[in-house]
Design a protein around this ligand. Structure first.
Ligand code: UN1
Length: 517
């Protein structure tokens, strides 16, 4: 690592997180390696190279795998509540480092400092959840059909879990996976996005400190860095029974095919195309806050971001005008300055995708309601600051059917019954998050019914983003079908075993089959 930038606040942040020039891109806890090519972490906030890390080579990957496999032999025999105690200690570190880690997330990824803190809070919450879970990894008992027999099921750890995470939630999504996997007795190998490698190193450092303090093997948490080719080392590897991947649908299809081809398990959290339905019985103020935060929060780069607003024709002008007015209040700029609502998008490629979406929606017959554009001048030198835009569009437009990871909101009208709005909301290939704003019980229940939203997440009087960790998180259709985080998502990190024990002196066969010798 080199080039720690000449910015005191960030230099102090890196110091607090123990990111030094000795850190590398590949790490099995205490042991770091750095044989590979250099990748730069460029902040979209000011375009500075914050630091450089090395890409994992295939030789390094092999060493990581061996260290992880050795660590698993130790970790799996530790009682789950004791593993929970380790997660509790890790969480204490997170609590004390919430501010520097939140700041690094904000600076490396570009989301607002408040959202950076929120992301670390999400890590803290899932660790709390995992600690309790470490005493609840229970299976069922069932009555055997044979006398003197006992039947039950138990859960054992899977082994090595591979985690591929995206730039937009550079630390929280890793922790959803890792905190659960750890209490389940698995060890983890993490490939963070090549766009946000430093937050990965920061988390790895924290984990490594805790494992070493407790005399536990370094390989319980491993870090590899690089692009999709490094990810492929894991997806192709039969020694990795579960791959949890977050990112685009295109990436997820690749991962699913490769992992499925070797009959491994994959947990996929892919693209969303989330809508809020606004009915005549909605509360205007709540709708505006939910829609605007959903569309511009994290500069429209959450998989749960609000991409479509489906408004009843009777209130269409009123709601549209209120949302357009709210956009006028938005302050776009340095996300570390708490006066700003919206920071930059991740890089210039994201800026191109944003521009392309705006051009396409117009070409397809859409009408721009809030003008977009790339900001220039003082404070915007990175070239990654864009104006959140709104276009009136139709659901069937090609571009509306796509997830564009940028602050572009499509507004459309529905008439008649709420069923028509639900049809539009479901009329896309993705199925992550959805919401309805209404005080009408019939409409709300209709939206939640079997004939309602087809998404993994369906909210009433809440926007599409900002899910809590307690529920299972994920979506249907092209979103990939995986569930992470709360509820019983832990089961995917374990293998289930059914046990039947005979405590008699006879050996009766199931289904009453007679077989005497
Ligand atoms: C993501 O964008 O990949 O529900 C995760 C939310 C956050 C997590 C988003 N809690 O918006």
């Amino acid at each position: 690592m080199a080039n720690t930038r000449n910015n005191t606040a960030i230099a102090e942040t890196l110091k607090a997180l123990e990111i030094t020039s000795e850190n590398a891109g590949t790490s099995t806890g205490a042991k770091t390696m750095n044989a590979g090519a250099v990748i730069h972490s460029v902040s979209p906030v000011d375009g500075e190279v914050i630091a450089s890390v090395t890409q994992t080579t295939s030789e390094e990957y092999e060493q990581v795998m061996q260290t992880a496999a050795e660590a698993f032999k130790v970790w799996r025999t530790m009682p789950a509540p004791q593993r929970g105690e380790i997660v509790r200690q890790f969480n204490e570190e997170l609590r004390s480092l919430k501010e520097p880690l939140g700041k690094l997330v904000s600076y490396e990824m570009g989301k607002s400092y408040q959202e950076g803190l929120g992301e670390v809070q999400e890590m803290i919450d899932i660790c709390d959840f995992a600690v309790g879970l470490s005493r609840q990894l229970h299976g069922l008992t069932m009555h055997s059909e044979r006398p003197g027999h006992r039947m039950y099921e138990q859960y054992h750890p899977l082994g090595i879990v591979g985690i591929i995470s995206a730039f937009n939630f550079p630390v929280a999504v890793w922790s959803w996976n890792t905190a659960l996997a750890w209490v389940c007795g698995d060890v983890c190998i993490w490939k963070p996005s090549e766009k946000t490698p430093l937050t990965g190193i920061a988390c790895q450092k924290i984990a490594a400190r805790i494992f070493s303090k407790n005399n536990l093997p370094e390989g319980i948490s491993c870090l590899i860095n690089g692009d999709y080719k490094v990810g492929e080392l894991m997806t192709q590897d039969e020694r990795v029974p579960l791959i949890s991947a977050t990112g685009s649908t295109r990436m997820g299809k690749q991962v699913a095919q490769t992992v499925g081809g070797r009959l491994g398990k994959s947990l996929l959290e892919l693209g969303g195309n989330n809508a809020i339905i606004v009915t005549p019985d909605s509360d205007l103020k709540m709708t505006v806050i939910g829609a605007v935060f959903g569309a511009v929060g994290t500069a429209g780069q959450r998989c749960t971001s609000t991409r479509r607003l489906i408004i009843h024709e009777s209130i269409y002008d009123k709601v549209t005008n209120a949302v357009v007015d709210a956009y006028k209040q938005l302050r776009i700029g340095n996300p570390l300055d708490e006066n700003n609502h919206v920071g930059p998008v991740i890089d210039k490629e994201a800026v191109k995708n944003y521009q392309n979406a705006l051009e396409k929606v117009v070409a397809e017959g859409g009408k721009i309601l809030v003008e977009g554009g790339v900001l220039e001048g003082e404070g915007y030198e990175s070239g990654c600051y864009v104006k959140p835009a709104i276009a009136e569009a139709e659901n069937h437009f090609e571009i509306v059917q796509h997830e564009t990871f940028a602050p572009v909101l499509y507004i459309m009208k529905y008439s008649g019954d709420v069923a028509n709005a639900i049809e539009l909301q479901n009329g896309v290939r993705q199925g992550l998050s959805s919401a309805i704003m209404t005080n009408n019980l019939r409409e709300a229940e209709r939206f939640l019914s079997v004939a309602g939203s087809d998404c993994g997440i369906a909210n009433v009087n809440i926007g599409t983003s900002g899910a809590e960790i307690g529920g299972a998180f994920g979506g249907e259709k092209e979103t990939g079908g995986g569930r992470e985080s709360g509820s019983d998502a832990w089961k995917v990190y374990m293998r289930r075993q059914t046990n039947t024990i005979n405590y008699t002196t006879q050996l009766p066969l199931a289904q009453g089959i007679k077989f005497d010798l």
